[in-house]
Design a protein around this ligand. Structure first.
Ligand code: FES
Ligand code: FES
Length: 170
């Protein structure tokens, strides 16, 4: 059954079983291997992507439910690791084996969309479903705080640029 959705800002159609998990479609049909398979049961968070801006577990999301929606994967955050969360992850040097990290990052991006300056408790609550065998939890907490600073700076710069542009146009 053809299913059409938006993937990282571009229209995408796949012709697969309606029950096929989104994770399988991403990895096996579309060759987008940034999103990982861990448990297959919505228990580990490795497979986290966004649908319409909300973090979800792609291993238990049938592709039929994605029709007409917007999917964002780790590949869609930026083409050059310039997203504030990616920059912070690199600066803090969070990953160990790396396996869980795309899911961790996608969950962190979702948190910062809702809560621009999360507390430690906010971070622990948002991230608790993302398991890391390598125990990078303290580094993740540090990186989320740093990403919040990067995001705030980027927003300030965007506001200044907009004001300059509007001033030029006036
Ligand atoms: S692979 Fe989806 S939550 Fe573990
Ligand atoms: S960095 Fe190895 S599982 Fe998280």
């Amino acid at each position: 059954m053809p299913v059409t959705f938006t993937l990282n800002g571009k229209p995408q159609t796949v012709d697969v079983s309606p029950q096929m998990p989104l994770l399988w479609v991403l990895r096996d049909s579309l060759g987008m291997t940034g999103t990982k398979f861990g448990c297959g049961m919505a228990l580990c968070g490795c497979c986290t992507v966004h649908i319409n801006g909300q973090p979800i577990r792609s291993c238990v999301t049938p592709i039929s439910t994605v029709a007409g929606k917007s999917v964002t994967t780790i590949e869609g955050l930026s083409s050059d690791n310039s997203h504030p969360v990616q920059r912070a992850w690199i600066e803090v040097d969070v990953p160990q084996c790396g396996y869980c990290q795309s899911g961790q990052i996608m969950t962190a991006v979702g948190l910062l969309k809702k809560t621009a300056h999360p507390t430690d408790a906010d971070i622990d609550e948002a991230m608790h479903g993302n398991i890391c065998r390598c125990g990078t939890y303290q580094a993740i907490r540090h990186a989320v705080h740093l990403a919040a600073q990067y995001q705030a700076a980027a927003n300030r710069n965007a506001t200044v640029a907009q004001n300059v542009a509007e001033g030029d146009a006036a």
